[in-house]
Write a protein that binds this ligand. Structure first.
Ligand code: NAD
Length: 482
């Protein structure tokens, strides 16, 4: 490939450190001969120094007026926009998604940063009535302190940005710990925020794994932990943080259904399934992983779904003709294969896919896969995190809702129907935080709250205004006339 290896360092107290350290080596998932980046596999001591830098910077940053904090975030959004193409290409090289999806992710990060920047002029409280004469009552918000932003590899631009931007505008300082699978994109993001004019120590970056994450979670100076990742790690973080009553905001796994009723526009329903199940190679917390279809139209949906799946072109994400990229690494590829192999052994039928595509030996590729399952099969209940869609037939909307809700997760859900009454029954009864009617059941718009129910999320929602409830504390003020 001939592209340069990017040497990533830590940013601690305004100084870049350990560029050239190679405890972490990241290979291009589409071509494992291409070494994309090296980064330090940092120690708990590195994390501690970053936390102390964030704590020191907090004292001044919290006094910077909110519109000024917002302006710096807006400048970062503008810088990211001016480098959209470069960052998108890097994202594809490091994470694997196709370039059009990478551009979409960067655009989403920019939109969210612009929205968060405006919070600098909206960080208000409430004026409330008094209970006794001559008392004036209001609420006001203040930042919670240094916070940790722990992020996964699958949206390595958008997710750090949607944590960093509101955290900073609300007056907190931040220590970021990105996934060791995406050090280069995370470094670009932090460089852009730094270039936008943040004072030293306000935003810090420490590369590494669970050792760095553990230090952030347990250190008494970190007052809030915003985590996105697996449910297993999220739960462990919640338990550790509870011991010292640190705030947590957890965004975790999903097992998202798309229900298709007999009166649906089937072409549009299948188009949506293909986008939501196989887009980003199925490596989205919000990916649709269950098609729950009324029996009367199941054969028609299956036929169109197979035709659409056959048309997907798998390969390196930087080629224009490719419509689905590789999985992020060998471990995740093995996990996906394991799910499909066990499904076969449990009696499920692989309708299409279920194998590695021919002739793609350089990366971690898996064919887009549809499996005809029963709701009790493991593959229909657990998060697979790859391009695998479970197909389930049901008799009617009641059974569809029972099946849809019978899993541990509740992140996104969608329904295709022309019947407004059924659509509202779905909105009322589905256990999910992000709901779509006649649209792909992915996340939402850049100003809508992002998060879900059950094992998918915990704490204040991210992205919309609700995130202010995580990044600030409220003071209730009562002033009596002297
Ligand atoms: P992961 O849980 O393995 O890792 C997430 C982050 O936590 C990484 O930075 C990792 O290094 C860190 N970490 C690991 N162990 C830790 C520990 N003990 N203490 C502190 N930090 C620790 O998840 P992943 O494989 O990077 O990402 C995939 C998962 O993320 C999927 O389950 C997906 O559904 C979920 N996800 C959820 C959302 C959402 O908004 N709900 C969005 C994207 C991804």
């Amino acid at each position: 490939m001939g592209e340069k290896t990017i040497q990533c360092g830590n940013l601690i107290g305004g100084k870049w450190e350990q560029r050239g350290a190679n405890g972490i080596t990241r290979l291009n998932p589409a071509n494992i001969r291409d070494v994309v980046a090296t980064a330090p596999d940092s120690s708990a001591e590195d994390a501690r120094r970053a936390i102390e830098a964030a704590a020191e910077a907090f004292q001044r940053w919290r006094r910077t007026i909110p519109p000024e904090r917002g302006k710096i975030v807006l400048r970062a959004a503008q810088l990211l926009e001016s480098r959209l193409e470069e960052v998108a290409q890097l994202l594809t090289r490091e994470e694997g998604k196709i370039v059009s999806e990478s551009r979409g992710e960067v655009k989403r990060a920019i939109d969210i940063m612009e929205y968060a920047a405006g919070m600098g002029r909206r960080l208000g409280g409430q004026t409330l009535p008094t209970e006794v004469p001559n008392v004036f009552c209001f609420t006001t918000r203040q930042p919670i302190g240094p916070v940790a932003a722990i992020s996964p590899w699958n949206f390595p631009v958008a997710i750090p940005c949607w944590k960093i931007a509101p955290a900073l505008v609300c007056g907190n300082t931040v220590v970021c710990k990105p996934s060791p699978l995406t050090p280069a994109t995370a470094t670009r993001v932090v460089e852009i925020f730094e270039e936008a004019g943040l004072p030293p120590g306000v935003l810090n970056l420490v590369h590494g794994g669970a050792q760095v994450g553990g230090e952030l979670v347990n250190h008494p100076l970190i007052r809030g932990i915003s985590f996105t990742g697996s449910t297993k790690v999220g739960m462990a973080i919640h338990m550790a943080a509870a011991r010292r009553l640190a705030k947590v905001q957890l965004e975790m796994g999903g097992k998202n259904p798309q229900i298709i009723l007999r009166d649906a526009d089937l072409d549009s329903a299948v188009k949506s399934l293909l986008t939501a199940a196989f887009g980003a190679t199925g490596q989205r917390c919000s990916a649709t992983s269950r098609a729950i279809v009324e029996r009367k139209v199941a054969a028609q949906v299956a036929e169109r779904l197979v035709a659409g799946t056959k048309a997907i072109r798998v390969g390196p994400g930087d080629r224009p003709e490719i419509t689905m990229g590789p999985l992020v690494d060998e471990l995740r590829l093995r996990e996906v294969k394991g799910f499909v192999d066990r499904a076969r052994a449990q009696g499920a039928t692989v309708v299409i896919g279920g194998c590695e595509p021919e002739g793609l030996r350089d990366g971690h590729y898996y064919a887009p896969t549809v499996v005809d399952v029963r709701p009790e099969h493991e593959i229909a209940r657990e998060e697979v995190f790859g391009p695998v869609l479970s197909f389930i037939e049901v008799d009617d909307i009641e059974e569809a809702l029972t099946v849809a809700n019978a899993v541990d997760y509740g992140l996104c859900a969608s329904i295709f129907t022309r019947d407004i009454g059924r659509a509202f029954t779905f909105i009322d009864k589905i256990d999910a935080g992000m709901i779509h009617v006649n649209r792909p059941g992915l996340g939402g718009f850049s100003h809508m709250p992002f998060g879900g129910f059950k094992y998918s999320s915990y704490g204040a929602r991210e992205v919309g205004d609700d995130t202010i409830n995580f990044y600030t504390d409220i003071k209730s003020v009562h002033i009596q006339e002297a």
